[in-house]
Design a protein around this ligand. Structure first.
Ligand code: HEM
Length: 206
């Protein structure tokens, strides 16, 4: 189990580096869709490089797989709020990552679409699909902050107010960041219309 945990921690460094840029990319949409697309264009020069993307996708797969093993193995030994939240948020992230990355690759390869802001937002503007995509994205970013918050809170030597403060701050940050990202994609912050080519993949639009 030590080896599995070691791989999970090592992979986390690569995944966290990408996800930090990824979340900042989505927050750039607070300044408008054009700002988001400009940021993505620059970031893609690095993470879309074939060698970098291969390492990233390998790390994402290992992260989800080792996370599932850790959650399964520790299931009966787990007690307390932080340990339960860490496992639950990890399980959600593993499931989300598998669906999310498959959807992005399918968009690129099968639908021949640029998997940008419009691709992510289309599901939120396509009839009943929005009732799946709104909680799906909201919980993903929240689970990310919760999972990292749990990992950080274990670093506080003793249980008590300091540990609770670390976890509480991470959760509040997760709710705020997730809410802002979704607000931009939903068109709450400024008028936004999903291009027809993206809506058409959902059988929506005219
Ligand atoms: C509101 C939340 C999110 C939205 C709207 C979103 C949207 C997207 C989009 C549009 C792409 C394609 C990027 C491109 O083509 O350059 C992408 C890729 C990706 N996302 Fe997310 N994402 C979200 C959250 C997350 C989270 C929380 C994680 C990880 C925990 C994550 C992991 C990834 C990964 C690994 C890729 C694949 C990168 C690649 O190889 O191109 N995403 N996401």
């Amino acid at each position: 189990m030590k080896a599995v945990r070691r791989v999970h921690r090592a992979g986390a460094v690569v995944v966290a580096a990408f996800v930090t840029v990824h979340v900042i990319n989505h927050l750039a949409a607070l300044g408008g869709v054009a700002a988001h697309l400009r940021f993505m264009e620059a970031a893609r020069l690095v993470y879309r490089h074939s060698a970098v993307e291969a390492v990233l996708l390998l790390c994402v797969t290992l992260q989800a797989a080792t996370g599932l093993v850790l959650a399964y193995k520790g299931w009966t030994r787990r007690t307390g709020f932080t340990a339960t939240l860490q496992a639950a948020s990890g399980l959600y992230l593993a499931l989300f990552l598998l669906i999310h990355v498959a959807a992005v690759l399918a968009g690129r390869v099968l639908l021949d679409l640029d998997t940008n802001f419009h691709y992510a937002a289309a599901g939120l503007h396509a009839g009943a699909a929005r009732y799946f995509f709104a909680p799906y994205y909201f919980l993903a970013v929240l689970a990310l902050f919760a999972h990292l918050g749990c990992a950080l809170s274990w670093r506080v030597p003793r249980a008590g107010p300091a540990r609770a403060l670390v976890l509480g701050t991470a959760l509040a940050g997760g709710v705020a960041v997730s809410g802002l990202i979704l607000a931009a994609m939903l068109g709450v912050l400024y008028p936004y219309q999903v291009p027809q080519a993206y809506l058409a993949t959902w059988g929506a639009g005219q």
